[in-house]
Structures are given as C-alpha cells and as structure tokens.
Ligand binder design. Structure first.
Ligand SMILES: [Mg+2]
Length: 174
C-alpha cells in the first residue's frame, strides 16, 4: 500500500470514529495545505502538498463531507494555477482566494452564502492565530495546524467539533 493510500485509510478510520461530523471543512492554503507562500513562487514551478494533505481531502470527500478554500493570498492566480497543477481544484465546493484586511471573516461570509452551510457546521484549518481567532468568533470550529494539516490535526478538529456541537452532560436543565 502506498503512503498516500495508507494515510487515506487512517484518515477514514479517524473520521469514522466520530458520530457527529461537520458538513463542510475549510482549508487555508499557504502553510496549511502546502509548505510555502505561493506569492513567493513562480507560476511555472511545480507545487507540492504537505505529506498527508491529499489523503485527508480524499477521505473527507469519500465520507460525503464538502471541502472549501479560504486564503488571503495576494496572488490568487498563482494559487489557482497550483491547485490545477495538483489536480485538486475540482474537489472544492467553494474557493475564496483574495487578500483582505479582515482576518477571513469576509471569506467565510462568502463561503456561507455560496454553500448555505451554517458556521456551526463548519470546521476550519489554518496556520495563523489571528485568522483562527476571528473565524472562531463567528461560530466556526477553528484549528491552528501549526506546520501544515496532518492526521493529528484532523483528529483534533473533529474532536473539538463534536465537543462544541454536543450539549455538555449535566447542564441540560435550561
Ligand atoms: Mg496560511
């Protein structure tokens, strides 16, 4: 079994452990799906993803969970070219790539308008605290991936999503 197939199998197992799942998982690009700022690259270059990123995207799709992109890259054309080169662009139901002073709140408003998914049913992965802070205030479960999305971050994200969506036991009186 190849490395990607093995990682996908593991990702499917992780997703299978959770009873309640998000409807939509949103990913940042730079330092979340790929280990570079695409604004510092040339469109002619050959992009590559973090080791487990593709497997995670494939596993989510296979489980019927939609995926989307929220990126503040100032070079959307390079980002889109790279997504095309990687062959993953058609996988995303929404693709919001534009620079903005707001820390992705505008990106999420647009993703919500496009998909109709409520913020409480979304899970978001990003490597920057300011984006995580702003978007989690909107009601989206938001996870800082540190150095790229991986299986551990996936498990953590799904676990926090489940905790947030379940009424805590013992406080059901209200
Ligand atoms: Mg980033």
């Amino acid at each position: 079994m190849g490395g990607e197939e093995k990682a996908k199998k593991e990702a499917l197992e992780i997703i299978g452990q959770f009873q309640k799942l998000p409807c939509l998982v949103v990913f940042d690009l730079d330092y979340t799906l790929w280990p570079f700022y695409c604004e510092c690259c040339d469109e002619d270059e050959t992009p590559y993803l973090y080791q487990h990123a593709k497997a995670i995207l494939l596993a989510l799709k296979e489980k019927g969970i939609d995926i989307a992109i929220a990126s503040r890259s100032p070079t959307p054309q390079i980002a889109k070219t790279f997504l095309d080169k990687l062959g993953i662009r058609p996988m995303f139901v929404a693709e919001e790539i534009f620079s903005s002073w707001t820390h992705k709140t505008e990106h999420f408003q647009r993703i919500h308008r496009r998909t109709g998914v409520p913020f409480s049913s979304m899970l978001f992965f990003d490597d920057e605290d300011r984006n995580i802070e702003a978007v989690s205030k909107m009601g989206v479960t938001s996870i800082n991936v540190g150095n790229g999305v991986n299986l551990r971050a996936l498990r953590q994200g799904l676990s926090e999503f489940l905790q947030k969506s379940e009424p805590s036991s013992g406080s059901r009186s209200e």
